[in-house]
Ligand binder design. Structure first.
Ligand code: ADP
Ligand code: MN
Ligand code: MN
Ligand code: MN
Length: 336
C-alpha cells in the first residue's frame, strides 16, 4: 500500500510565518529522513518566490510517524532556493549548533479560539467571562475549556515521538501550554513546529482554531502568550559559579534589539512590565524573577550554579528556529 508523506514547511509571510503542507504518495518508505525524497512547491503562492521563477525546494530534515493517518509520516522540511542555498525564510539554516551542545526547552502558550464569536474558547458570545484567577491549572467545566482537544493533541505528540515534558491550562480563559525539551537546537525547533502542526490539524476536527498571537485580547486585562526559551550549553551546565551565569546574562544586554527582532511579532503589546513580563526596552535578569527578561531558575543556585537560563521574552508566535539561532549566537560570544 502506498505510504503518505506529509511535507510540512514554513511559508514566507511577514511578520509571522505560517505552516503549509502537502501530501506525497510513495510506494514504500522506511521512516528515515535520509530516505525521504526531496520535493518542491510553488513559492509564488506562499510569498517565497516571484511568479516567473516560482519553484522552491523542500529539503526533508525531520521525520516522525503521523499519529492520525494510516500508513503515514510527517516530514518537516527546510525551504531552499532552486540553486540549493537556504531560502531567506529558512530560520533553521541559521542555527549554529552542529555538535548539539545546546539544549532547549520551549514553553509554548496559545489560545484555543472560537471562530463563531472570534474570542477565546470559553468566552460567552458578546461578553466576557469572569476575570483571570480560576483558569490557571484548573479543572471543571466552569473554568477549563477545550480539554478534549489538548488531550488528543498530547497523545498525538507522544505517538509521534515528540519529547513533550508537560501541559497545563494557563492564566486566561481558553489558554493552554505545552513544553517540549530537546538536546540539540534544530531538533527542538523541529519538534515545536510538528507539535504546532498537529494542534492546528486536530483543531480542524472541532472547528476550533489556534490563536498564536502574543496578545489576542489586546490591551484588555488578560494575559498574553509567550514561548519561554529555556536553554543551556555545556558552559552553563558545568559552570559551578555565579559569575558565569552573570557573564552569559550580561552578553544579552547589548543585543536587546537583535533578540526582540526574532522574538515574535507585536511583542510590545505583551512585554509591558505587567502580567509576569519585563518591559520590551529593558534588560533585566535575576534569580527566580518572573518579572525579569531572563530568569535564573532557583534550582541553578541550589545546584551549585549549574544548569540553564530562561529567556522569558520570546512570544507564542515566534519561530523557535530563529529564537534558538539568536540565543546561540549570543551565548557563544561569551568566553569563559
Ligand atoms: P516554568 O513554567 O516554571 O517556567 P516549565 O516547567 O513550564 O517552567 O518549563 C521549564 C522547561 O525548562 C522545561 O521544558 C524543561 O525541559 C526545560 N529545562 C530543564 N532543564 C534544562 C536544561 N538544562 N537546558 C535547557 N532546558 C531545560
Ligand atoms: Mn511553564
Ligand atoms: Mn506558562
Ligand atoms: Mn517559564
Amino acid at each position: 500500500m502506498a505510504v503518505k508523506l506529509e511535507y510540512v514547511w514554513l511559508d514566507g509571510y511577514k511578520p509571522t510565518q505560517s505552516l503549509r503542507s502537502k501530501t506525497k504518495l510513495v510506494k514504500e518508505f522506511n521512516g528515515k529522513v535520509a530516505d525521504a525524497p526531496g520535493w518542491s512547491f510553488d513559492g509564488s503562492s506562499t510569498e517565497q518566490a516571484p511568479g516567473g521563477s516560482s519553484d522552491c525546494l523542500l529539503k526533508p530534515v525531520f521525520v516522525v510517524p503521523d499519529p492520525q493517518r494510516k500508513n503515514a509520516y510527517l516530514v518537516m522540511c527546510e525551504v531552499m532556493n532552486a540553486d540549493g542555498t537556504p531560502h531567506v525564510s529558512n530560520g533553521r539554516a541559521l542555527i549554529e549548533d552542529d555538535d548539539n551542545d545546546f539544549w532547549f526547552g520551549f514553553e509554548q502558550e496559545y489560545f484555543l479560539w472560537d471562530n463563531n464569536i472570534n474570542r477565546p474558547l470559553g468566552f460567552p458570545a458578546g461578553g466576557f467571562p469572569g476575570p483571570q484567577g480560576p483558569y490557571y491549572c484548573s479543572v471543571g467545566a466552569a473554568n477549563a475549556y477545550g480539554r478534549n482537544i489538548i488531550e488528543e493533541h498530547l497523545d498525538a505528540c507522544l505517538d509521534a515521538g515528540l519529547n513533550v515534558e508537560g501541559i497545563n491550562s494557563e492564566v486566561a480563559t481558553g489558554q493552554w501550554e505545552f513544553q517540549i525539551f530537546s538536546k540539540g537546537a534544530k531538533l527542538a525547533g523541529d519538534q515545536i513546529w510538528i507539535a504546532r502542526y498537529l494542534l492546528e490539524r486536530i483543531g480542524e476536527k472541532y472547528g476550533v482554531s489556534v490563536n498564536w498571537h502574543c496578545k489576542p485580547l489586546g490591551a484588555l486585562d488578560w494575559n498574553g502568550s509567550g514561548m519561554h526559551a529555556n536553554f543551556s550549553n555545556s558552559l552553563l551546565r558545568n559552570a559551578g559559579k555565579k559569575e558565569i551565569f552573570d557573564k552569559v546574562c550580561e552578553a544579552f544586554r547589548p543585543v536587546i534589539k537583535e533578540h526582540i527582532e526574532v522574538y515574535g511579532a507585536d511583542n510590545h503589546l505583551r512585554l509591558t512590565g505587567k502580567h509576569e513580563t519585563a518591559s520590551i526596552d529593558d534588560f533585566t535578569y535575576g534569580l527566580s524573577d518572573r518579572g525579569a527578561s531572563i530568569r535564573i531558575p532557583v534550582g541553578v543556585a541550589a545546584n551549585g550554579w549549574k544548569g540553564y537560563l530562561e529567556d522569558r521574552r520570546p512570544n507564542s508566535a515566534a519561530d523557535p528556529y530563529k529564537v534558538a539561532a539568536r540565543i546561540i549566537k549570543t551565548v557563544k560570544s561569551v568566553k569563559a
